[in-house]
Design a protein around this ligand. Structure first.
Ligand SMILES: [Zn+2]
Length: 264
């Protein structure tokens, strides 16, 4: 009788570690044999909070990394960062679910412990890979006129006469019929005259000027310059008239004119 009572008492005071199957104290929150963190009602909240903390730290580190990346390569990718919260959130949800699973099937030996360090690495590496893919996508899809040296002719604008057109006319033609406008202008050298609406840099760091199109439409003319010609844009001011020589590439939101140089 005494033996049975003692045995029952012993059973109630121990449990089996779901990771290494060793018998441990019922109140243990960490397995003394395999160092696994065990989820009990007592520490579940703590584990969740530490996961959340890890998630926030990783995300902060990631934002930091992206900022450095942007600064070093002169590419503004920060505008794409915010939706990358998705993989982080998915990782967090997964972690939470895994915890639920462990609780449900405490006795399952198939669950393996993922150390926090590995977790931090996963949280950091996955978004970096995603950013890399996005970055590659941007580089491949962009017309990338900035690095081409294939336009020496345009560097001597006096010798080259393009199609003379106003920015308003160019924008209006594209607005009216993109196919007709492409036939007329695409890949052609144009001498486009217009009023400067904006002077800025695109996501690849290429400087550009926006020439106002028809004030009644949203289409403007975006004239992109090689990075080496950036200095030409310094003395320019908005709302002044300018004539540029460049090659019409395509219409996205604006009509794009690439490989531009300033005539006057
Ligand atoms: Zn264990």
């Amino acid at each position: 009788m005494e033996d049975i009572n003692e045995k029952q008492k012993e059973v109630a005071e121990t449990k089996v570690c779901p990771f290494c199957r060793k018998e441990i104290s019922i109140e243990a929150t960490k397995c003394p044999y395999c160092q696994s963190t065990l989820i009990t009602d007592k520490n579940a909240k703590l584990i969740l909070m530490s996961s959340l903390g890890l998630f926030l730290i990783s995300f902060g580190a990631f934002i930091f990394f992206i900022s450095i990346f942007s600064a070093v390569f002169g590419i503004n990718v920060t505008q794409y960062v915010w939706w990358l919260i998705i993989p982080f959130a998915l990782g967090f949800i997964w972690k939470k679910q895994k915890m639920g699973q462990q609780k449900k099937i405490e006795s399952s030996p198939s669950l393996k412990k993922i150390p926090l360090l590995i977790w931090a690495l996963i949280l950091l590496v996955a978004p970096i890979v995603i950013v890399g893919v996005i970055f590659l996508g941007i580089v491949i899809m962009a017309p990338a006129p900035s690095n081409r040296n294939s336009a020496p002719v345009i560097n001597t604008p006096a010798q080259q006469k393009g199609i003379q057109v106003t920015a308003i006319q160019l924008a209006t033609d594209y607005e009216a019929n993109e196919i007709a406008a492409d036939t007329k202008y695409k890949d052609q050298i144009v001498e486009v005259t217009g009023t400067i609406k904006d002077i800025s840099k695109d996501i690849l760091g290429a400087p550009y000027i926006i020439l106002s199109g028809d004030p009644n439409s949203i289409t403007d003319v975006q004239c992109t310059f090689d990075k080496s010609k950036q200095n030409q844009l310094i003395p320019l001011t908005k709302d002044t008239k300018i004539t540029l020589l460049g090659k019409v590439s395509r219409k996205l939101l604006n009509v794009r004119v690439d490989e531009c140089s300033i005539i006057q």
